[in-house]
Design a protein around this ligand. Structure first.
Ligand code: GDP
Length: 610
C-alpha cells in the first residue's frame, strides 16, 4: 500500500509553533504558558520559595507546599507582590490541535459536502424527516448493506453529497457546541404546520443564531387538514426568520415527512445554501475532525463515529482523540461498507482507539505511532493540570475585565435569560438591550419563561454566556451542573436590581478612553549609584510637579529613551508624595538604571477623558 506523500504531513502552521513550554521574565513582565508549582515559579522569578509561601500564608491565608500547582490567579498575585507584571500566553502546537486554526493554501482547497442538523419542537416531525431523507431513493447508485444508526449519514442528490447528523433535537447540537465543536453548516428547522412556533422552536432558532449557522425552515405536516403554512411564516417573523417570499433570507419549504412531499426540494435547497457558503476543505492532509458518537462495543472495543472535517482519514492512520490514541484498524460507513479512506465531511465508524472518546471531542491523525502516543500523553497531562486549576468560563467580572482590556473594540456580552413569565422575560430583555452602548453590546441570546435547565447551561457554556434568572431559582442539581460547566448564574427578584448590577459592571469596568496628562518635568543633575537600589537621579523639578508612583518617560536630547514608572521619590532621605517646581528630589525608575546627567524625566498620568 502506498504510503503518504510528503506534503501530507500533519500540517500545523509553523509560524507560532512553540514545541515546549517557555517561561521568561522580560522587561519586568513574567510571560508564562502553563501553570506551575510554587517551587518552579520561585525559580523562574528568582525569588526565595519561602518568601512566596510566607506571602501566601500571611496575606492570602493559603497554605501551600513547594510542589503545589498554582492557578493563574495566584501566579498573578505572586507576580504583583514581587514587582512583576505577568502575562499568560497560549502555545499553539500539535498538543492542542483543537485550537489550531488550519490555514490551507487556497489552491489546495476543494468543495466539501455541507453538514446538516435537523432541529425543532418535539413531535413536529424531526425523526420522521430524518427517516424520510434516509430512506428516500433519490439515486439508485446507493450501494447496499443494511443501514445502521451511527449518528450521521450521507445522502447524494444530483451528484452532490449532503452529510446529516441524525440525532434529532438541539440537545445534541448544543452538547457538541458546548464542547467547542461546531460541525454543523446548516440547520433545518422543522415546524409543524398544524401547531406553530413552540418553545423548542424558539430555542432551536436561538441556538442556531448563537452558532451563526443559516436556517432553512421546513414547514412539516402540510398534508394535515389544519395546516396553515402562512401563519407559521408570520409567527417566525417575530424571531427574525423571514421567508424569501417576504423579502427575507430564509428559505421556507412546505413538506410532509410522512407523505414524502417536498423532500427533494428540501435537499436541493440545502445544496443551494451550501453553495453560497462555499464550503471547502483540503483533502490532501492528515485528517482532523469531531467525534459524533462513541460507545464500547463488547466484541470490538471502543467504537466511534468520526466526522472528518478537513484532510483525509486513512485506514491504519494513527489518531489522537481527547487523551486517547490508536491506529485505525477498521473503518466503515453507515452501510457497514469498508472504507479505505474518508474525505472531508464524511462520517465513518472506526475501531482501534484505546479509550471511548466523548461526543464532541476533536480528533487528529498523525504520521507515526510515536507522535500520536507522545501527543496523547502530553494532552492527558495538560488536562490534569487544567482540572486542578479550573476556572469559571464566564463571569461578570471576567467578561468586563475583558472589555476593560480591549482596545476600543465592541465587546459582546452574551446572556441567557430565564424568567417566571413571558411578560417579565420580555421586560428584562428590553431593559438589558437598552444597556448596550458603543463599547459593550449586551446580547440576550436566549430568553424564555421557565426554570433554568441543563440546556440553558449548555447554551451558556457554548457561547460564553452568563445566565440571568428573574424570579426563578435553579435546583441544586442545576446549580451543580452550572458550577461544573463554569457557567455563572445570577438571580434577581427585582428588575431594577438586575439592571443596576449589569449597569454598574459596565460603568465600573469598561474602558473609558484615557488621555495622557503631563504632570511636570525634572532635569537630572547628579547620579548616585547605590547597590541593591540602582541609580538614583538627583534632579531639579523644572516645571509642574512630580508625583510618587507616576508614569515617567526619560528624554535625552528630546528623544524618549525609556518609558516606565517611578519607583521612588525622595527629598533628602524621606519618601514624599510629590515634589513641586523649583525643588530638588531623588528619583529611581523601575527597571531602568541607565540614566544620564541632563536627562529630562517627564512625569505623566493617564486620566479618563471627559
Ligand atoms: P419528533 O419528536 O420531532 O421527532 O417528531 P416525530 O417524527 O416523532 O413525529 C411526531 C408525530 O408526527 C408522529 O406521529 C409522526 O407520524 C407525525 N408526523 C411527522 N411528520 C408528519 C407529516 O408530515 N404529516 C403527518 N400527518 N404526520 C406527521
Amino acid at each position: 500500500m502506498g504510503k503518504y506523500n510528503d506534503n501530507r504531513r500533519a500540517n500545523i502552521p509553523s509560524k507560532n509553533t512553540k514545541k515546549d513550554s517557555f517561561n521568561k521574565v522580560n522587561n519586568g513582565v513574567f510571560v508564562y504558558t502553563q501553570t506551575m508549582s510554587v517551587g518552579e515559579l520561585a525559580k523562574e522569578l528568582d525569588i526565595n520559595v519561602n518568601e512566596i509561601i510566607k506571602f501566601l500564608f500571611l496575606e492570602k491565608k493559603m497554605m501551600v507546599t513547594i510542589n503545589q500547582t498554582l492557578d493563574d490567579e495566584t501566579i498573578g498575585l505572586i507576580c504583583l507582590q514581587f514587582g512583576f507584571d505577568f502575562k499568560k500566553e497560549k502555545i499553539v502546537s500539535e498538543e492542542n490541535f483543537e485550537e489550531v486554526e488550519i490555514i490551507d493554501k487556497p489552491e489546495d482547497l476543494l468543495p466539501r459536502a455541507p453538514v446538516v442538523t435537523i432541529m425543532g419542537h418535539v413531535d413536529h416531525g424531526k425523526t420522521t424527516l430524518i427517516d424520510a431523507i434516509r430512506n428516500s431513493h433519490l439515486v439508485d447508485t446507493e450501494v447496499g448493506g443494511i443501514s445502521q444508526a451511527i449518528g450521521a449519514y450521507q445522502k447524494e442528490i444530483n451528484g452532490q453529497k449532503i452529510t446529516f447528523l441524525d440525532t434529532p433535537g438541539h440537545e445534541a447540537f448544543t452538547a457538541m457546541r458546548s464542547r467547542g465543536a461546531s460541525v454543523t453548516d446548516i440547520v433545518v428547522l422543522v415546524v409543524a404546520a398544524d401547531d406553530g412556533v413552540m418553545p423548542q422552536t424558539i430555542e432551536a432558532i436561538n441556538h442556531a443564531k448563537a452558532a451563526k449557522v443559516p436556517i432553512i425552515v421546513a414547514i412539516n405536516k402540510i398534508d394535515k387538514p389544519g395546516a396553515d403554512p402562512e401563519r407559521i411564516k408570520s409567527e417566525l417573523m417575530n424571531y427574525d426568520i423571514i421567508a424569501e417570499e417576504y423579502g427575507g433570507s430564509n428559505i421556507c419549504l412546505e413538506i410532509s415527512a410522512k407523505k414524502n412531499i417536498g423532500i427533494k426540494e428540501l435537499l436541493e435547497s440545502i445544496l443551494l445554501v451550501a453553495e453560497m457558503q462555499e464550503l471547502k476543505a483540503n483533502p490532501n492532509r492528515y485528517a482532523i475532525g469531531t467525534v459524533i458518537e462513541a460507545n464500547l462495543d463488547k466484541g470490538e472495543g471502543p467504537k466511534a463515529t468520526l466526522l472528518v472535517e478537513n484532510g483525509t482519514l486513512n485506514f491504519q492512520d494513527y489518531v489522537v482523540v481527547g487523551t486517547a490514541y490508536g491506529k485505525i484498524r477498521r473503518m466503515t460507513n453507515e452501510h457497514k461498507k469498508i472504507l479505505k479512506e474518508a474525505k472531508p465531511s464524511t462520517p465513518c465508524v472506526v475501531i482501534g482507539l484505546s479509550e471511548v472518546p466523548n461526543a464532541g471531542d476533536k480528533f487528529m491523525a498523525f504520521p507515526t505511532e510515536k507522535q500520536a502516543k507522545d501527543i496523547a500523553l502530553k494532552r492527558a497531562l495538560a488536562k490534569k493540570q487544567n482540572e486542578q486549576s479550573s476556572q469559571a468560563q464566564a463571569s461578570l467580572e471576567k467578561i468586563f475585565s475583558k472589555i476593560h482590556d480591549s482596545n476600543g473594540e465592541v465587546q459582546e456580552v452574551n446572556i441567557v435569560l430565564k424568567a417566571d413569565t413571558t411578560g417579565s422575560a420580555e421586560a428584562v430583555k428590553a431593559s438589558l438591550d437598552k444597556l448596550s452602548n458603543d463599547q459593550v453590546k449586551i446580547n440576550v441570546i436566549h430568553s424564555s419563561a421557565g426554570a433554568i435547565t441543563e440546556s440553558d447551561i449548555m447554551l451558556a457554556q457554548a457561547s460564553g454566556a452568563i445566565i440571568y434568572g428573574f424570579n426563578v431559582r435553579p435546583t441544586s442539581n442545576i446549580t451543580q451542573k452550572a458550577d461544573q460547566a463554569g457557567v455563572e448564574i445570577h438571580l434577581h427578584r427585582i428588575i431594577y436590581d438586575l439592571i443596576n448590577e449589569m449597569e454598574d459592571a459596565i460603568k465600573g469596568m469598561y474602558k473609558k478612553e484615557k488621555v495622557e496628562q503631563v504632570l511636570g518635568q525634572a532635569e537630572v543633575r547628579s547620579l548616585i549609584k547605590i547597590s541593591k537600589i540602582g541609580t538614583v537621579a538627583g534632579s531639579y523639578v523644572t516645571s509642574g510637579l512630580i508625583k510618587a508612583g507616576s508614569l515617567v518617560r526619560v528624554l535625552r536630547n528630546g528623544v524618549i529613551v525609556y518609558e516606565g514608572k517611578l519607583n521612588s521619590l525622595k527629598r533628602f532621605k524621606d519618601d514624599v508624595k510629590e515634589v513641586k517646581e523649583g525643588f530638588e528630589c531623588g528619583m529611581t525608575i523601575e527597571n531602568f538604571n541607565d540614566i544620564k546627567e541632563l536627562d529630562i524625566i517627564e512625569a505623566y498620568e493617564m486620566v479618563e477623558a471627559e
